[in-house]
Design a protein around this ligand. Sequence first.
Ligand SMILES: C[S@@+](CC[C@H](N)C(=O)[O-])C[C@H]1O[C@@H](n2cnc3c(N)ncnc32)[C@H](O)[C@@H]1O
Length: 251
Amino acid sequence: MERFGTHVLQGERGSGRWLKLAAGEKAEVLGAAMKKAPNPKILELGTYCGYSALRPREALENASVITVENDPVHAVIAMCLVALAGQSHGVKVLIGHSLSLLPRLVTAGGRFGGVFMDTRGSRYDQEVALMIEHDLLAPHAVLVADNVLKPGTPLFLWLVMRDARFQTQIHAVNEFAMPAKDWISVSIYDPREDGGAPQAPPELFRLHEAAEEMRTRALSHVRSVTYAEWARFAQEMPGATRQRQGGVACM
Ligand SMILES: C[S@@+](CC[C@H](N)C(=O)[O-])C[C@H]1O[C@@H](n2cnc3c(N)ncnc32)[C@H](O)[C@@H]1O
């Protein structure tokens, strides 16, 4: 899959299109974080072709992955690629919207020790709220979130930086197969009672709207985002995010 993204799509005869995988440096951060999960029950939100659903199977012995995808075509491709990798016994692909499925994820087999969030960053704060409300996270669960800089997740970052239940580190990484920077956040969850974040300031909502506009454009086939625009946006976002969050330290 990595070669397809770097050599085929980006190759001489390729379409130049970007394969949106959490590969390269992102996969390293994800793998290292999942090794710290208190149990091998892993949840992924945003399967796409199944690339990152397979990574915890490498990082953790006996990892049991449930991955949620709302586009049925992506989900079926992921099921085939997971089967091709001989990993169907360890990776279960669920088709549905994260906000609809999260409340229905019964944790009879125990709460999740690790979560990888990679859907649409503007929803990460709602997804976390649902995971807490439905008691899906094990104590000390590791919560990894992609794209928190590019195009950005200001409201989610506010939550995991300001809520005492999360200890969060931000990792600055190179985007896979694109000359742009991004951040991945890694949070450890401690289900204490004095949790909760104060109301986010209005500036963060404006930043959220700017990120959302980039996201919508990137998904549109008519007015997509060029690599140069991504790089420029990713350069401007850290200053704005750091300023509004009252300081975000990157690793
Ligand atoms: C960036 S891709 C995921 C990449 C994948 N994690 C990887 O690195 O291999 C995002 C995927 O999330 C899916 N998605 C977006 N919003 C979703 C939602 N609310 N619930 C479930 N899937 C969603 C999209 O259809 C897309 O396939």
